[in-house]
Design a protein around this ligand. Structure first.
Ligand code: ATP
Ligand code: MG
Length: 274
C-alpha cells in the first residue's frame, strides 16, 4: 500500500503560479520537508534562477559544483548535480543566476521544452516525490517544469482578482496538457498566507471553493512569521519551529497530499479492474 507508486516512479509535481511572491518556494520547501518526515524519498528541483528553494534548504547556491543549468544543457546528469539538504532530509537539484542563461541557450536546442523531463527520467525511480519550484513566469523554464510533471500544485493568496490571475495559469496547464504532456493534471490549489480576520480573504476563499470544488486542498496555510524567518537559517519552517501554526499547516498539507495520491491510485486500480 505504501509503495503503490513504485512501479511508475515518483509523482512529479510543479509548484507553480506566474504571480510573484505568492508562496511557491515556501510551499515547495515545506512540502519537501514534511513528505520527508513522512518517510518519503524526495527530490526538490529549483527551477528558479533566484535560487531561493536552494538557499532555503540550507544549500549555498553559489558554492555548489553543478546546478540545474548544466543539467538542462546536458552537460551533467541529475545524479551528479544533486546535493543533500541536511536540514530538510531531502535531495536538492540546486539553481543560481546561471540558470537565467538557459532561457536563451535552450531556444536553439532540439526538444527544448523536454530537456528537464529527459533528465528526470534517469532518477524518477529513486524517489516517491519530485517537486519542482517554478519561477514567477510562464517562460521556457516553467514550460520545462510543466512538460516534466504529472501534476501542478498552485499556491495562492486569497486576494481580490486572485481568480482572474489563475485563469492564465490554468489555460497554460490546459495547453501543455493538450499539446505536449497528456499526463499533466491540476492536483490542487493551496490557500496560503491566509488571515481569517480579513473578510475579503474569506469571501475569495469561498469563491475559489465554489469554482474549483475538490481541487482545493482542505488544508489552509496561515500567515505565520516563523515560516518567513526559517529560510534565512537554511532550515525548512516545519523543522525550524515544528510547533508553529505555519509548520503544523504544512505538515497537515503533506499528509493530505499523500492521502489524495493514495485515493487516486486506488481509483485507477479499480478502473483497470485489478
Ligand atoms: P517568487 O515568485 O519570487 O518565486 P514565491 O511565490 O516563491 O516568490 P515565497 O518566496 O515562498 O513566494 O514567499 C514570498 C515571501 O512571503 C517570502 O518572504 C516568504 O518568507 C513569505 N511567506 C511565504 N509564505 C508565508 C506564510 N504562510 N506566512 C508568512 N510569510 C510567508
Ligand atoms: Mg520562489
Amino acid at each position: 500500500m505504501s509503495n503503490m507508486n513504485t512501479s511508475m516512479g515518483a509523482h512529479v509535481f510543479c509548484i507553480a503560479n506566474q504571480k510573484g511572491g505568492v508562496g511557491k518556494t515556501t510551499t515547495a520547501i515545506n512540502l519537501a520537508a514534511s513528505l520527508a518526515l513522512l518517510k518519503k524519498k524526495v527530490l526538490l528541483i529549483d527551477l528558479d534562477p533566484q535560487g531561493n528553494a536552494t538557499m532555503g534548504s540550507g544549500v549555498d547556491k553559489n558554492a555548489v559544483e553543478n546546478n540545474l543549468y548544466e543539467v538542462l544543457l546536458g552537460e551533467v546528469s541529475i545524479s551528479d548535480a544533486r546535493v543533500r539538504s541536511e536540514s530538510g532530509n531531502y535531495d536538492v537539484l540546486p539553481a543560481n543566476r546561471e540558470l537565467s542563461g538557459a532561457e536563451i541557450d535552450l531556444v536553439q536546442m532540439e526538444s527544448r521544452e523536454a530537456r528537464l523531463k529527459q533528465a528526470i527520467a534517469s532518477v524518477r525511480d529513486e524517489y516517491d516525490f519530485i517537486l519542482i519550484d517554478c519561477p514567477p513566469t510562464l517562460s521556457l523554464l516553467t514550460l520545462n517544469g510543466l512538460a516534466s510533471a504529472s501534476g501542478v500544485i498552485i499556491p495562492m493568496q486569497c486576494e481580490y482578482f486572485a481568480l482572474e490571475g489563475l485563469s492564465d495559469l490554468v489555460n497554460t496547464v490546459k495547453r501543455v496538457y493538450s499539446n505536449i504532456n497528456p499526463d499533466l493534471q491540476l492536483i490542487g490549489l493551496l490557500r496560503v498566507m491566509f488571515d481569517t480576520r480579513v473578510t475579503l480573504q474569506q469571501q475569495v476563499s469561498a469563491q475559489v471553493e465554489a469554482h474549483f470544488g475538490d481541487r482545493v486542498f482542505k488544508t489552509v496555510v496561515p500567515r505565520n512569521v516563523r515560516l518567513a524567518e526559517a529560510p534565512s537559517h537554511g532550515i525548512p519552517g516545519v523543522i525550524y519551529d515544528k510547533n508553529s501554526r505555519g509548520a503544523k499547516a504544512y505538515l497537515a498539507f503533506g499528509k493530505e497530499l499523500v492521502q489524495r495520491m493514495r485515493k487516486e491510485a486506488l481509483k485507477q486500480t479499480a478502473r483497470a479492474g485489478v
